[in-house]
Design a protein around this ligand. Sequence first.
Ligand SMILES: Nc1nc2c(ncn2[C@@H]2O[C@H](COP(=O)(O)OP(=O)(O)OP(=O)(O)O)[C@@H](O)[C@H]2O)c(=O)[nH]1
Ligand SMILES: [Mg+2]
Length: 284
Amino acid sequence: MSMNINWYPGHMKKTRESIEKNLSMVDIVLELIDARIPYSSQNPIIDSIVKNKPRIIILNKSDLADNKANKLWQDYYKKKDIDTIFLDALSGKGVNELLKIAEKVTMDKQRSYENRGVISRPTRAMIIGIPNVGKSTLINTLSGRKGAKTGNKPGITRSNQWIKTKGKLELLDTPGILWPKFEEESVGLNLAFTGAIKDEILDIETLAFKLIETIMKYYPKLLNNRYSVEVDGSTPLEVMEKIGTRRGCIIRGGEIDYTKVSTIVLDEFRKGVIGNITLEFPEE
Ligand SMILES: Nc1nc2c(ncn2[C@@H]2O[C@H](COP(=O)(O)OP(=O)(O)OP(=O)(O)O)[C@@H](O)[C@H]2O)c(=O)[nH]1
Ligand SMILES: [Mg+2]
């Protein structure tokens, strides 16, 4: 069963262009990726847009990811000498460290301004990344108010918006962007599992099947604990049906309501209630 996912509507192309246009105005780029899928959520387009601008890679939603995997990814980025931060934008865990690194990365530029007599110039940061990764949430946490609209589905932010913080930071919120073609099936799937692609264009049943298959591979115990189903020796379809039975997803005639059970599994994975799950690991 293969799933060929692509989602690159016109507004993402426009956002890409407006990011390129605004780049010269900012001192630093904060790129948010999803700690559960660091590889799949790093938009290759962003690399080619940002080029030499100071950039920090923020692994957001790290509270939902597997701590052991977070450590593996941390080592991976460290070896590559890439500035990264593990963040929970919702609670603010990691924000202080982020501010420290941002200051370090922009220090040279600030100094050169000060040398020219420009004092208390704000540092301008552009926040970019895939849809639904937590960009607007981070901005609200940094500014201490709900100036940016957030929501639990992709495509909430519609246009660029500057937000000031009490400190020296000015933040540019941008709409989430993807890229025209996912080279690997797993990339599209991972983005869909974590909610970066709008569900309306997806076959939810196949998606949930694939998610169960993936969780069975890395975290069978978590499925077992959450749904009290025997995972060992079962196929993903059997596990899905057992979960359906457990949760009363039954239609007339006693058949499994696949749509309902699929929605439950996807929803619970995204909320983190199945457990702390990372879907991909370095050097895989
Ligand atoms: N658990 C957890 N949830 C988060 C975190 N950051 C954001 N969220 C949730 O993720 C959802 C998306 O957050 P947004 O800030 O709207 O995401 P966005 O990147 O601005 O999305 P678009 O504007 O659609 O591109 C919301 O339901 C947030 O509450 C995090 O670090 N941990
Ligand atoms: Mg947003």
